[in-house]
Design a protein around this ligand. Structure first.
Ligand code: ATP
Length: 354
């Protein structure tokens, strides 16, 4: 298994930085995702790691070998990396076998070895050779073509596998199935992986670690859980999960309390941020109690809207202090109806200060 070390990576197009001062280490066998909006520099970073784009400056080392550095540039075909793209990039008029075997032909692997390896990898991506090897790629569905391209990326046993939005062209159900397959495959082969996406669910399902990118830089990195529980700014909060973000008008750090609109004071258990500008609480962490309940951190409110989403109900709450809150509750009998008076509780341990 191969570790990756990227330091001080820069790439400009014209005056604008696509990637700026990027430092990133990926441990051997780790699945790391770059997550960010369009134009944040994810693909440019991946292409520089692949050798398809040259950095203006910075170094890239893979398994201790310098790929990019002062006076060094290793071309893509000598980096031993597999790539899977959004466009499946399979040859439509060649068979599944021919598509997948291609990297082994380049390496002049013996035919017997080639056949065994293609067979094994087709099993891994759930396209058994007995059914699929002789079919033309053009006869396959989009999801199957993407599995062919995954098999081709893995067949030569690369040191690193790079994924550039590989599931974006698939419909929602197929995406779900492919996510599970990718996760399963990574669990079995543990090839160091860099994955690029703007889809937070994909990032959370697949990754050991996620780096959130904004304007060419990594703004926060951590396990999906750590990013969800402790986003360091509003950009990360919105990108991972969504949440209520209530402006803070006063702060009393000694008492661990913040004041929000209408003189309402909220006690917070974990105050890690330096100064406080927003009180953030995830939608499903807001608890709904009857109007006469006694509780800490309770805000009086009226239910303005309740939308049934299958597994849960999304409430829009108009608080008496003037704020609007969103609360998600597990769908069950007895939930409040629009127009009801309720108390919305923001549990102290689940409040995030930003
Ligand atoms: P997307 O999800 O849309 O692919 P991204 O996060 O992968 O976005 P990049 O494709 O890396 O972002 O692009 C980062 C910035 O660099 C963007 O502003 C983009 O317009 C610019 N850029 C990328 N490639 C080129 C190029 N070949 N020529 C000029 N500008 C480029």
């Amino acid at each position: 298994m191969t570790a990756i070390r990227i330091a001080g990576l820069n790439r400009r197009f014209g005056p604008a930085f696509a990637v700026e001062g990027l430092d990133l280490e990926i441990a051997a066998g780790e699945f790391l995702t770059l997550l960010g909006p369009s134009g944040s520099g994810k693909t440019t970073t991946l292409r520089m790691l692949a050798g398809l784009e040259r950095p203006d400056s910075g170094t890239i080392q893979v398994g201790g070998r310098v790929m990019n550095g002062p006076g060094v540039f290793v071309p893509p075909h000598k980096r031993n990396m597999g790539m899977v793209f959004q466009s499946y990039a399979v040859w439509p008029h060649r068979t599944v076998y021919q598509n997948v075997a291609f990297p082994l032909r380049v390496q002049r692997v013996s035919r017997a070895d080639e056949k065994a390896r293609v067979g094994r990898i087709l099993d891994l991506v759930e396209l058994p050779a007995s059914d699929f090897a002789d079919r033309y790629a053009s006869q396959l569905s989009g999801g199957q073509q993407q599995r062919v391209s995954l098999a081709r990326a893995l067949v030569a046993d690369p040191d690193v596998i790079l994924y550039d939005e590989p599931l974006s062209n698939l419909d929602a159900r197929l995406r779900d199935a492919m996510r599970t397959l990718l996760r399963d495959i990574h669990g079995r082969i543990r090839t160091t992986a860099l994955y690029v996406t703007h889809d937070q669910t994909e990032a959370m399902v697949l990754s050991d670690r996620v780096c959130i990118m904004q304007a060419g830089r990594i703004v926060q990195q951590g396990t999906p859980r750590a990013l969800y529980d402790n986003p360091s700014n509003m950009f990360v909060t919105e990108f991972i999960g969504g949440a209520n973000a209530l402006p803070i008008v006063e702060q009393d750090r000694a008492r661990q309390q913040v004041g929000i609109a209408g003189g309402v004071r909220i006690h917070v258990a974990n105050w890690n941020a330096g100064s406080a500008s927003r009180l953030v609480i995830r939608h499903h962490h807001v608890q709904l109690l009857p109007a006469d309940a006694t509780a800490c951190n309770a805000i009086d409110a009226t239910v303005r809207d309740a939308v049934f989403l299958g597994d849960r109900v999304r409430f829009t709450l108009q608080a008496d202090c003037g704020l609007t809150l969103i609360a998600d509750a597990v769908a069950s009998p007895g939930l409040p109806m629009p127009g009801s008076r309720i108390r919305a509780v923001l549990p102290a341990a689940l409040c995030i200060i930003i």
